[in-house]
Ligand binder design. Structure first.
Ligand code: CMC
Length: 428
């Protein structure tokens, strides 16, 4: 295979190095092209642009492969837990028994939210979007721990073990504080001896002193959702985190930006949009077929379908489809919208519109149904995505802080007005 690509612009010839990834992905290195030729490359939406070299997560969208640090997502979903996979993403290796125990202790030790952050949550209007509250809560958390967010890379890296555990622990406590605030309740004391999800679920839903633990099967269903969301390479929110980190900002600032980027309905907001879509279909008496027709005509979008990278299937959706059946059985609930979701999937997967465009269910298609069955309100779904994605964002912050050399600064092709003369107000 050639190790250079040749580019001709008029009479000028340029030889561009080809970079090969460990999974044999190829990229043409254009990092010096502008200097050499006065041209930049143009790639609206970055679909063909490798923005960095990364050792965290590998995706082969055509084959439906997702790996964290080389471990297949199917195997991790079966054998690992959210916190173990979080450790793997952050540090690149699976923890030993004692390392995992120490990590759990560190995360558990931070589960009581500082009073200042609780106040920030309580200061928000009750109808504020949960993603806005999470983002501001993260910034406030950094304010409580100035020693972890100095914006001096060396110092922030030295504090990383602590700040990562603090943030992983606190995102769920902020979510619970917000839920309790909206419902006019105080945040109960956390149970640091419980599992990550067991503690979170009792902070959210327990009555009284929260002495009774949620059944393990329910904790496991949520743990699986978090694990499956933990990283997904250079998506919109992760790229945002990396962009912020590239300027030297601390992990709290970087993740607060990531939360904002995740909010939108084409990204993390899709899990919420799926439930709204399924409810709408249910209420209209449609079995899903009419909605599929309107999506084909471009009048609506089948939320939870399609992905920029996966063009075969999303392995996370497959895992969640069967987890959905198990979770609903364990909870002893039935869901009319699950029937509609299945029907939509069946109709869409046989339809040439979806087949030709390679549109398959993505991670958000079934996760919302499980979250709804667990009792989470729909407008908190994206916050739950954010809790799951937190270890991934932190890993990318760390990778930039350890290896990044340049501030991220894309170019543009300016298509606006050329130089004009200023006209004073009287002459306009
Ligand atoms: N329903 C109907 N048609 C669709 C859909 C959909 N969900 N997604 C894409 N298409 C069509 C689109 O109209 C276009 O058709 P045409 O070629 O005739 O113009 C074609 O498929 C290509 O679409 P695109 O918008 O260029 O594809 P993209 O790679 O830019 O978008 C996507 C990817 C995920 C934003 C898009 O598929 C979408 O909007 N899906 C619904 C929202 C969703 O579920 N998002 C969650 C993604 S997974 C979680 C995450 O990682 O963020």
């Amino acid at each position: 295979m050639p190790d250079t690509a040749n580019l001709e612009i008029g009479d000028d010839k340029y030889s561009l190095e080809i970079i090969t990834g460990t999974e044999q992905e190829k990229a043409i290195d254009v990092s010096r092209l502008r200097k050499q030729s006065n041209h930049v490359t143009f790639d609206d939406g970055y679909g063909n642009t490798g923005s960095c070299e990364s050792a965290i997560t590998f995706i082969d969208g055509d084959k439906g492969i997702l790996r964290y640090r080389g471990y297949d997502i199917v195997e991790l979903a079966e054998k690992s837990t959210f916190l173990e996979s979080a450790y793997l993403l952050l540090y690149g290796v699976l923890p030993s028994r004692s390392d995992l125990e120490a990590f759990k202790q560190l995360v558990g030790g931070y589960c009581d939210l500082p009073e200042e952050v609780v106040q920030v949550v309580h200061a928000q209007p009750k109808n504020a979007h949960p993603m806005a509250v999470l983002s501001s809560g993260l910034q406030a958390l950094g304010g409580v721990y100035p020693q972890f967010c100095t914006n001096d890379r060396k110092k922030d890296l030295e504090a990383f073990d602590q700040s990562a555990a603090l943030i992983i622990s606190s995102v769920r406590s902020i979510a619970a504080a917000l839920y309790r605030h909206v419902n006019g309740q105080a945040l109960p004391k956390a149970h640091s001896d419980r599992s990550y999800c067991g503690n979170f679920l009792s902070m959210m839903f327990a009555q009284g002193d929260g002495g009774e633990e949620v059944p393990e099967s329910v904790q496991n269903a949520l743990d699986l959702i978090f694990l499956l969301h933990a990283d997904h390479e250079q998506n919109c929110s992760t790229s945002t985190c990396r962009m912020i980190a590239s300027g030297g900002a601390n992990p709290f600032a970087s993740l607060a930006g990531g939360v904002s980027a995740l909010w939108g309905p084409l990204h993390g907001g899709a899990n919420m949009a799926v439930i709204m879509m399924l409810n709408e279909i249910h209420e209209s008496g449609d079995d899903g077929s009419r909605f599929v027709e309107s999506a084909k005509q471009g009048k609506s979008r089948l939320m939870g379908f399609g992905h920029r990278v996966y063009r075969n299937y999303d392995p996370r959706a497959k895992i969640l489809k069967s987890a959905c059946d198990q979770a609903l059985a364990a909870l002893g609930v039935s869901s009319p919208i699950l029937e509609i979701a299945r029907k939509l999937e069946e109709v869409a997967l046989e339809d040439s519109y979806f087949i030709e465009r390679k549109l398959y269910p993505n991670v958000d298609f079934y996760s919302g149904i499980i979250l709804q069955a667990l009792g989470f309100p729909t407008d908190m779904f994206t916050v739950l995505f954010a809790i799951g994605r937190t270890p991934g964002w932190l890993s990318h912050w760390k990778e930039i802080a350890e290896t990044g050399k340049k501030i991220h600064r894309p170019r543009q092709i300016y298509q606006g007005e050329t130089l004009r003369s200023y006209l004073s107000l009287e002459n306009r």
